[in-house]
Design a protein around this ligand. Structure first.
Ligand SMILES: Nc1nc2c(ncn2[C@@H]2O[C@H](COP(=O)(O)OP(=O)(O)O)[C@@H](O)[C@H]2O)c(=O)[nH]1
Ligand SMILES: Nc1ncnc2c1ncn2[C@@H]1O[C@H](COP(=O)(O)OP(=O)(O)O)[C@@H](O)[C@H]1O
Length: 206
């Protein structure tokens, strides 16, 4: 039997840089964990590719997936649905591979309940003014949406307490490096390695 993979959840307030940091992680190096592509009802932005950035779908399709029990978690976020398809995550973890999710905070809390042994990482802005700059600087949203995202982000920062680790996104490179170190050290935790050794030496669990 293979040891089940580890679930790594990167979350944090709107506009903190989750997407940017996650993309940098997978661009920089070949990883031994895989990214779970989310499903969304949001329209693709220029350059986004279906099945690479997201699985883009209609509201009806998304709601059908929810009804079928096909989502590990989902959230409505600024008028759209975003969610993690359950099947891919389960199959990958069962095959012994680690899975990386990059999701907003409400979804992360649903995953925390279902997968308490996952690793929950909260990405934080160095300060509120840089957060505002990032939300505004992205340039893909109108003023009303920016205000909505900023308010939401402040609420979301209050949820940091529910996480295992806080990673400051001062520079993308630093943030990626901090996340790498967390993943490395999580792999050394006794509860994650002990089953292999127990099998080797024939310990029978009581
Ligand atoms: N709950 C949940 N949130 C997601 C998922 N995929 C992406 N998100 C989050 O949805 C938010 C909006 O994403 P997006 O529209 O791509 O804009 P972004 O703010 O530029 O990343 C971000 O906070 C993402 O982290 C998912 O599968 N589930
Ligand atoms: N470390 C950083 N320093 C400066 N700008 C950043 C950094 N990380 C992300 N950004 C910028 O912040 C904006 C929001 O990032 P994004 O990844 O879309 O956030 P999120 O996915 O958390 O909503 C983008 O314009 C991105 O280029």
């Amino acid at each position: 039997m293979t040891t089940r993979g580890m679930l790594i959840v990167l979350s944090g307030p709107s506009g903190v840089g989750k997407g940017t940091v996650r993309k940098a992680m997978f661009r920089d190096k070949k990883r031994d964990f895989v990214y779970s592509i989310s499903m969304t009802t949001r329209k693709p932005r220029p350059g986004e590719v279906n099945g690479v950035d997201y699985y883009f779908c209609s509201k009806a399709q998304f709601e059908q997936e929810i009804a079928n029990g096909g989502m590990l978690e989902y959230a409505r976020y600024v008028d759209n649905y975003y969610g993690t398809p359950l099947k891919y995550v389960n199959q990958t973890l069962d095959a012994g591979k680690d899975v990386f999710l990059e999701i907003e905070v409400n979804g992360a809390m649903q995953v925390r309940k279902k997968c308490p042994d996952g690793v929950f990482i909260f990405l934080t802005p160095p300060d509120l003014s840089s957060l505002k700059k990032r939300i505004t600087g992205r340039g893909s949203e109108d003023q009303k949406t920016i205000d909505k995202r900023m308010l939401k982000a402040v609420e979301e920062i209050k949820m940091m307490r529910q996480y295992d680790y806080a990673v400051v996104n001062d520079t993308i490179r630093n943030a990626v490096h901090r996340i790498e170190r967390i993943i490395e050290s999580e792999h050394l935790r006794v509860p994650r390695v002990i089953t292999q050794y127990e099998k080797m030496i024939g310990v029978v669990k009581k």
